[in-house]
Design a binder for this molecule. Structure first.
Ligand SMILES: Nc1nc2c(ncn2[C@@H]2O[C@H](COP(=O)(O)OP(=O)(O)OP(=O)(O)O)[C@@H](O)[C@H]2O)c(=O)[nH]1
Ligand SMILES: [Zn+2]
Length: 207
């Protein structure tokens, strides 16, 4: 099958499947951007840059080819009856804002109240990667993480908080350095019970 007609797998409801250009077309686009900046894409140091950039994009946007189900499908039930909050905090992530394609970098804190087994702790960090390695807004990233937890783990409650610095606000535009943006979403018991929210904030260490 021609790589150009390979459908792009997407998980966002609003995103439409689209077709992928070829690698050669992607490299030509990078070459155009280099020339647009005012540099010479034919000088020695830049000759291989389009190929490197496209390869790097393959890593930075790998999330389009990954699905949360494959990460969250394996759960463990032998946890000694543990059914209280499981919090994995300070998960580092890098994403790219969909407005400027410039990085936003921060930490994710994910908690859930188990219902029928627990998931491997590393899987929550992997889940963040699935969605962070796509073009994003911080709000959408927050929502996609918690929606995937609810869909695939069915917990009694879930809580997600992201704290990130957007390079499009510091390196360009308003040039506001050191600004952090905090988003959070609660579902289930965390949404209904203020005390559970307070426990989450206390455990994360932010109030
Ligand atoms: N809500 C939200 N806004 C974001 C995020 N990442 C970047 N932005 C904002 O997206 C907005 C885009 O605004 P526009 O006015 O269309 O673009 P712009 O002229 O480049 O804006 P400036 O950044 O103010 O120069 C900016 O205010 C960015 O700060 C995000 O994750 N969530
Ligand atoms: Zn931006």
């Amino acid at each position: 099958m021609d790589a150009r007609v390979k459908p792009l797998e997407v998980n966002a409801v609003e995103a439409q499947p689209t077709t992928r250009p070829s690698r050669a077309e992607a490299e030509a686009a990078v070459r155009t951007l280099i020339a647009w900046t005012g540099d010479n894409p034919d000088r020695e140091g830049l000759l291989e840059t389009p190929a490197r950039v496209v390869k790097a994009f393959g890593e930075l946007y790998a999330g389009y080819d990954q699905h949360p189900k494959t990460i969250l499908e394996r759960t463990f039930k032998e946890v000694g009856g543990y059914d209280d909050i499981v919090l994995v905090r300070d998960i580092p992530f890098h994403s790219h804002c969909e407005h400027h394609m410039v990085p936003f970098i921060g930490k994710a804190h994910i908690a859930y109240l188990p219902h029928d087994g627990v998931v491997g702790l590393s899987k929550l960090a992997r889940l963040v990667e699935v969605f962070a390695r796509r073009l994003q807004t911080q709000e959408n990233l927050t929502a996609q993480i918690i929606d995937a937890i609810n869909e695939h783990l069915g917990p009694r409650g879930a809580a997600v908080m992201l704290d990130a610095e957007h390079m499009c606000m510091s390196m360009r535009g308003v040039h506001a350095h050191g600004v952090s943006t905090v988003t959070h979403r609660f579902t289930g018991v965390f949404a209904e019970d203020r005390q559970e929210q307070d426990r989450f904030f206390a455990m994360v260490g932010k109030r």
